[in-house]
Design a protein around this ligand. Structure first.
Ligand code: 4NP
Length: 152
């Protein structure tokens, strides 16, 4: 499996999703490729937000080596499954990928945990540390489901 996690800035939510799923896939002995990207280019080349790094570290996961990159339509050739953190992210992915957009590869991450809910992982960017813990918990639970569903 090659899985891409996408949010807006690739510094708060999707770096957590990448780190968490990569960690769980390794623990499960799976040979998965997990990456993340953002639909805007504002933070390209930057490490994850310090609160995302902190919350990951408190949970035993080091995401400090990640660097933000921008999502592009070419990602549809590289990945089997692309999870968007929120509905506005899917709209931006469509805008960027144009004809390369493959709806069958895209889902909202939270639909793994709560099928059909179309729930967003809230953007913690403007908030405080508790928001990052809340986001971690949501992503962690969704990643458990992904592992159990695709681990064959
Ligand atoms: P993320 O949060 O999408 O979870 O990485 C954001 C970070 C930065 C911005 C937006 C969302 N920004 O516009 O700079």
């Amino acid at each position: 499996m090659k899985i891409l996690m996408v949010c807006l800035g690739n510094i708060c939510r999707s770096p957590l999703a990448e780190g968490i799923l990569q960690h769980k896939s390794r623990l499960a002995g799976l040979d998965w490729v997990v990456d993340s990207a953002g639909t805007n280019g504002y933070h390209v080349g930057e490490a994850p937000h310090h609160l995302s790094q902190k919350v990951a570290r408190l949970n035993g996961i080091d995401i400090s080596g990640q660097r933000a990159r921008r999502f592009s339509g070419v990602d549809f050739d590289q990945y089997d499954k692309i999870y968007a953190m929120a509905g506005d992210v899917v709209e931006e992915m469509k805008r960027l990928a144009k004809k390369q957009f493959q709806a069958g590869k895209v889902d909202l991450l939270m639909n793994e945990l709560l099928p059909g809910s179309n729930m967003d992982v809230p953007d913690p960017w403007y908030g405080t540390e508790p928001g990052y813990h809340e986001v971690y918990k949501m992503i962690d639970e969704a990643c458990d489901i992904i592992i159990s569903r695709y681990k064959l």
